[in-house]
Design a protein around this ligand. Sequence first.
Ligand code: AMP
Ligand code: MG
Length: 424
Amino acid sequence: MQLLRCVRAASCLTAMISYEEALQIILSDNCSSSQTESVSLPQSLGRYVAKTQSACINVPGYDNSAMDGYAVRAEELAALEQGASFCVSQRIAAGSIASPLKKGTVARIFTGAMLPEGANAVVLQEDTVVDENEKVSFTEQAIKGRHIRLAGQDIRKDEPVVARGQRLNPADIGLLASVGVGALDCYRPQRVAFFSTGDELKDPGEELEPGQIYNSNRYFLESSLRELGLEPMDLGRCPDSAEATASMLLRASELADCIVTTGGMSVGEEDYVLAQAKSVGSIKFWKIAIKPGKPVAFGDIKGVPFFGLPGNPVSSYVTFQLFVRPWLLRAMGAKNWNHQRIVAVSNFDFYNRGKRLDFLRGTANVQSNGQLRVSLFSNQSSGVLSSIAKSNVLIPIKAGCGLRAGESCEVIVLSALGSDLTTV
Ligand code: AMP
Ligand code: MG
C-alpha cells in the first residue's frame, strides 16, 4: 500500500495530471478554516461568517406608519358620511410612545411612528382637510392595513440574518445593524506569504536595465489576495539561487498559513523553486495538462500548504484563479468557494489541436436582446498580460475539441466576487 502510494506520488511528479485531478488533490487537502474571531460590524466588510447569526428582535419591532398622515379606525370613517370630521386625540412622532386610540378620534402620525393600539389604517395627509377647529375630515376612504408596516414584516425574531460561510457585503452589514448586532464571529483571514523569483525582475518605480522587466506577478498577487479578504504577506523577490529559494520557503512556512510563489517552476538551470520545495518540503503534483500554466506544483513546506505557480504572468494569473483561489476561499470558510460558471454563446470558431485543456481568455457581454455572448481576446499568447486585463471570462476547451460560432459554452467568470459582466 505504502509502495503503491509512493509510485502514485512519483508518477504525479513526472506525468501531467488533468485539471480535474489537480483540483481534486488540492480540494481534498484538509484546508477548512476553524479559527474564528469576533469582528465589529464596521470591520466586517468582506469577512466570512463563522456562525449563523439569528435576529433577537422583530424588525420592525412594532407596527408603525409608512407615511405622514392620520392613524384611524377604518370602520369609523366608513360608517360616517363623507365630510364628517374627527378630533385629533394625539400626535405621534417617530421615537415617541403612542397611547391607545380613543374611540371616535384620529391620531396625527408621522413616518416610522408607532401605530396606536386600536388604529388599523393610515390616511395620507394629502387626503385630509383640517378645519379652523383643528378637526380633520377625509377626502379618501381608509383601507384597513393601508400604509402600515407590520411588526416583523422585514425580519422575524429567531430568523437567520446571515449564514455561516457567507461573505459579508454592505447590505448584510446594514441588515445585521438593523437587528442590533454590533459584532459577530467570522473566520480569521488566512495569512498568505508570497514571493516572486527571477533575477530579471525590478519593481515599478525602479529604473530598468537591459534584460530586466517589471515584476507584475507580485502586484497582481497581492491585490488578488486583498480582494479575496486574505492577509497577504509580501516577502518580495527571491534571487535565482538554491540557497535563497530554500531559505525563503522555510521563512514563509514559519510566518503563514499558505505559501504562493511565482516563477522557477520548470527544470531549467535557473529554476530553483520545484527542486527546493522538494528538498525542504514535499510535492503532491507538479505538472497539469492545461494551457496556460502547465508547471504548477502543490504540496507543503513543513506542513504549510504550498502553491508553486509559473513565472509567466498570464500563467500565474490563470493558475491562481483556477487552483489557489478555490483553496483559499475554502480555507477562509467561504460557502461559495467555487468559480462561477455561466453559459454564453460563442461568437468565434476555435479548435484545440493541442494535448492540454485550453483556458482561452475572452469577454462575455450581455447583448441588447439579453443574450450573453462571448468573444475571444485577439492574442491568446501566454505572454500577453493584456489578454487577462481585457477579459472577464476563461473559456475552457478540451484537447481535441472545438467550438463553433453560435454554439453555447460554459465559461468561468474571472472575478473575485462573482459576476463582472458588461452590458453592450
Ligand atoms: P520562469 O517561470 O521563472 O522561467 O519565468 C517565465 C517567464 O515569466 C519569464 O519570461 C520571466 O521573465 C517571466 N516572469 C517570471 N516572473 C515574473 C514576474 N514576477 N513578473 C513578470 N514576469 C515574470
Ligand atoms: Mg525565472
